[in-house]
Design a protein. Structure first.
Length: 133
């Protein structure tokens, strides 16, 4: 996560373990995270930021909650998972409480298949060749 320290250190969320995101944490044997929470910084650069962290979290089997920025929104819409887009942390907590295990399992299956198909080396090469021809 890259949430504000006020949230991370809040007694209100003392039953939640927060970890600073690092690319190697996603596939660590010690990773027992069910969810990832990502937000872009809220600057003008957000419009050019990628969805890479969201993709990596899905590949690692985590359900990603993401801020409402162009790249995150686009992928969430393609996955039909707009409920994972949040404006404030309370929204994340509210959605987590509503998710049942069958939704989580179905989302991960569907999202991982999408990631494998759309982000594979073959697909990337085909898109590149299409753009340069």
């Amino acid at each position: 996560t890259n949430l504000d320290n006020k949230i991370i250190n809040s007694k209100k969320y003392s039953n939640i373990n927060f970890y600073q995101w690092e690319n190697n944490i996603a596939f660590s044997e010690a990773n027992d995270c069910e969810f990832a929470i990502f937000n872009h910084s809220g600057t003008s650069y957000d419009s050019i930021k990628s969805e890479n962290k969201m993709v990596l979290a899905i590949a690692a089997g985590m359900i990603p909650f993401v801020s409402d920025t162009p790249s995150y929104r686009e992928l969430a819409e393609k996955l039909e998972a707009e409920l994972l887009i949040y404006k404030n942390f309370k929204e994340v907590i509210d959605v987590v409480k509503k998710l049942d295990s069958s939704w989580k399992i179905n989302f991960i299956k569907k999202a991982q298949n999408y990631i494998l198909n759309e982000y594979s080396n073959k697909t990337a090469f085909e898109k590149l060749m299409k753009n340069i021809s």
